[in-house]
Ligand binder design. Sequence first.
Ligand SMILES: [Fe+2]
Length: 286
Amino acid sequence: MSHGRPDVPAPRMGLPDLGHGVGLRREHWDDLFAPGGAEGIDFLEIVSENFMARGGRPARVLERARAHFPLILHGTALSIGTLDPPDTGYLDALAELCARTDPAWVSDHLCYSSAHGVHYLDLIPLPFTAEALDHVVERVRGVQDHLRRPFLLENLSYYIEYAASEMSEAEFLSELCQRADCGLLLDVNNVYVNCRNHGHDPRAFIDALPAERVVQIHLAGHDDQGHVIIDTHGDHVIDAVWDLYAYTLERTGPVSTLIEWDNDIPSLAVLRAENHRARAIAEAVG
Ligand SMILES: [Fe+2]
């Protein structure tokens, strides 16, 4: 749909709506391929770093998953915002994984997780400054040149806000997507968590995003401790996040949606039920 600006891409940047998926987790490797195990699961998201090594059971499971589902790759170690030189070894391994899985797209997080050659386990937010924006735009272009695949960045959950930030997160994401011509993996739970923790309006945040750049959505549970919410990915999606999901879909249209559940991982049946709820909301929104 044209908005009068030649640089505005089609909804989802022309990428497919894959439906409703879950992460490929070791805990579900057997159940997923048992009779009825895959019911209601339209696609699988692969944590890239867990499947980069060749051989062994992970490689066999990945091959089987590839035969049965569309796959997408989601990384946690790209460290797109680092000031270190691009990690070509990591990018080569990611490109090789792409060749084995043929993902519809590849994603990682808007953050940095390495500096001076040291890698951290934490994903650290970036200040929303013009300088950081220029840097990440250049880095995203480099990743796209290397992978030759559609690339998305995910909005992070964070517990600090930088006094140095010169623009809002939504402005930063909008500029980034347009200038680097990348997509947005919109984590609706992260929007809710950040807005609650930092006193922002989650619907205003969604309104300020470029809806046509939202290629995928994450939904997850969190731990509400009253004075702070911790983004644990260890529980059911709460009603307020389901509501925000519906609000988002009204603006974006249908978008591939994934239930993220990374801690205290439940049975596949529980994930399927969450997936079913997401699908029902998407169908109700139309
Ligand atoms: Fe996420």
